[in-house]
Structures are given as structure tokens and as C-alpha cells.
Design a protein around this ligand. Structure first.
Ligand SMILES: Nc1ncnc2c1ncn2[C@@H]1O[C@H](COP(=O)(O)OP(=O)(O)OP(=O)(O)O)[C@@H](O)[C@H]1O
Ligand SMILES: O=P(O)(O)OC[C@H]1O[C@H](OP(=O)(O)OP(=O)(O)O)[C@H](O)[C@@H]1O
Ligand SMILES: [Mg+2]
Length: 280
């Protein structure tokens, strides 16, 4: 059995459950309770606060955990990042009331700053003498309540700041995404390696598609240049020896252009399919 920690709510919860379900894990947060055992796959899932997961990993209590890079850095975690995950993209931004005149984000140094990320703020301003107000959440309301003059908070679309009458000041102090981390002492466990390999397989499946096409044998090299694959394309001979069939993985973002190019050089029966899962 390995222990895996997932955020129990918020922006990372849904995407985490979806990712692990597509990897064949049974992930179900009980209505009351923070633990679920997937006995078939020998995994115990713990649903914890995203901000607490680095501490559990640091102490080696949990083998693997998903949280944001921002919390990993804020909590000065010793856990190792194993995989970047394609969700939880956000920025830590300085924000102040819309009518505030701040020409330079350095002026913020002398203001009362409310945040859930005190260490990242200190690191950013390279200063220990800041007037920091540490809050667990709902940071955006602290200015209108008179607790702070500005905030450093998570921004994705900017809707939360806007509805609180705030604007971003200067450049983001940190850019984050969700990631899968492993406790130092768990990295060599075979069960942990298998878990990470499965998740990585699904991430590759999401990033690539499979293209298959028929190509005249004299154009095979030219076509393979367009579809080199990861290792090498698979080539099969058609019954009509003047033609070959090629199968190759292509990056999803490039797939449609590659299909256009294959058609343009004379390939036929060009098919593009999604990949459900991979092991590389
Ligand atoms: N709107 C968002 N879009 C994308 N990622 C986000 C968003 N909000 C938060 N995150 C990311 O998700 C992680 C968890 O954030 P957050 O602290 O908001 O969790 P939460 O479960 O909502 O807890 P809390 O109740 O303390 O706010 C962080 O790493 C953060 O960067
Ligand atoms: O820029 P936006 O798209 O508005 O997203 C940013 C907001 O999302 C998160 O809040 P969350 O949804 O986790 O609610 P919370 O206040 O309960 O943490 C985060 O704490 C910000 O407040
Ligand atoms: Mg939140």
C-alpha cells in the first residue's frame, strides 16, 4: 500500500480525481471523511488541504502528493517534483484597490500586505522587515475591511480581484501549476515508481495523438521526416508493394498541420486518433 495525498477541494480537486480515474484508480472522497482505499491498486488516498500536503510529504508520512508549486515553494518542502500536471495554472500577484496610485511595485514594501504566502512575499522583496498580515484565505476582502493596504494572492482569470474592486500591481511574483511530488524516502519504492509511471503515461496520452497513413514507397523518407515519432515510426508494407503504411505519435498541438502536410506530399487514408493511455 502506498499513501497518496490529494487536495480535498478547490481548483485542484476535480482535475486530480479525473486524472487518477483515467489512470485506472478508484478515487472517491467520502462525503464525511478524508480517506479512501483503492484496495485493487494498493493505494490509500488521503484528501488534505493543498497547503498542508508539503508538510506531510516532508515528514515522509505520505509517499506521493499533488499540490501547487506555490505551496511547495512557500512551505520550503524537501519533497521532489516528479511530474508537472496540466492544471492549477495560476499566478501570485500583488493587488491593491483600483483607485490606488502605485507607480512601482517596490512602493508596496512599505504597505501592510495581506497574504497566505508570507515566505514567497519575503523572498520576492528580499526583505524581512515587511508589514505582513498572514491569512488562510479570502485574502481579497482584507483591504476593504481595513486590515491591509494591498494583498498578494492567487490570480487565474482575475474575476475574484475584480469583484473585490482590486487591480493587479506590477508583474506576478510567482507562476504556479499543479505538480506531483514524492517524499524523499519514497522515491525508490517500486509501488511509488509504478504510480508515477501510470500518471506519466496518461499525461503523454493527453499530449500526443496517433497518426496513420498510406504513403507511396518513394515518398516514405519525406513522410517520416514529418512524423518521426518518439522512438521511430512503425512502417508496414501494403499488399500493393508501391505503398507503405506508417504509424507514428505526433504532438496534439501540431497534429492538424502535419495532416495537411502529409496530404500535400501525396499520402492517402490519413487517420488521427486519440491515445487513451501510454507506457514509455
Ligand atoms: N482559480 C484557480 N485556478 C487555478 N489554480 C488555482 C486557482 N485557485 C487556486 N489554485 C491553485 O490551487 C492550489 C490550491 O489553492 P487554494 O489554496 O485556493 O486551495 P483551496 O482548497 O481552495 O483552499 P483554501 O480554502 O485555503 O483556499 C494552489 O496551488 C493554487 O495555486
Ligand atoms: O482569478 P480567479 O479566476 O478569480 O481565481 C483566483 C481565485 O481562486 C482561488 O479561490 P478559490 O476558488 O479556491 O476560492 P477560495 O476563496 O475558497 O479559496 C484563489 O484563492 C483566488 O481567490
Ligand atoms: Mg482556495
Amino acid at each position: 500500500m502506498i499513501r497518496v495525498a490529494l487536495p480535498n477541494k478547490g481548483a485542484l480537486y476535480g482535475p486530480c480525481v479525473e486524472l487518477l480515474t483515467s489512470c485506472g484508480y478508484k478515487v472517491k472522497k467520502p462525503t464525511k471523511g478524508l480517506y479512501f482505499e483503492d484496495s485493487k491498486n494498493q493505494v490509500e488516498f488521503y484528501f488534505l488541504r493543498a497547503s498542508d500536503i508539503p508538510m506531510y510529504l516532508n515528514k515522509g508520512i505520505i509517499d506521493v502528493g499533488v499540490t501547487g508549486e506555490d505551496f511547495h515553494r512557500e512551505k520550503q518542502s524537501q519533497a521532489s517534483k516528479m511530474l508537472d500536471l496540466p492544471f492549477g495554472h495560476s499566478k501570485l500577484c500583488i493587488a491593491a484597490m483600483e483607485n490606488t496610485i502605485l507607480d512601482d511595485s517596490n512602493q508596496v514594501k512599505s504597505l501592510r500586505i495581506a497574504t497566505s504566502f508570507p515566505n514567497l512575499v519575503k523572498q520576492h522583496f528580499n526583505s524581512t522587515g515587511l508589514d505582513l498580515v498572514e491569512l488562510d484565505g479570502a485574502v481579497e476582502i482584507s483591504i476593504s475591511l481595513g486590515l491591509a493596504d494591498c494583498v498578494v494572492d492567487i490570480v487565474e482569470t482575475g474575476a475574484t480581484l475584480k469583484s473585490a474592486g482590486l487591480k493587479v500591481v506590477g508583474e506576478p511574483i510567482f507562476t504556479s501549476n499543479a505538480a506531483l511530488f514524492s517524499a524523499q524516502e519514497s522515491q525508490s519504492k517500486e509501488d511509488v515508481k509504478r504510480f508515477i509511471d501510470r500518471v506519466n503515461g496518461r499525461l503523454i496520452a493527453l499530449e500526443y495523438q496517433m497518426v496513420e497513413y498510406d504513403v507511396p514507397t518513394n515518398l516514405l523518407d519525406k513522410a517520416c521526416e514529418l512524423t518521426p515519432g518518439i522512438q521511430s515510426p512503425t512502417i508496414s508494407q501494403l499488399k500493393n508493394h508501391a505503398w507503405c503504411s506508417v504509424k507514428s505519435m505526433v504532438k496534439k498541438e501540431d497534429a492538424h498541420q502535419i495532416l495537411d502536410q502529409l496530404k500535400a506530399i501525396g499520402c492517402k487514408a490519413i487517420l488521427l486518433t486519440n491515445i487513451e493511455m501510454a507506457r514509455m
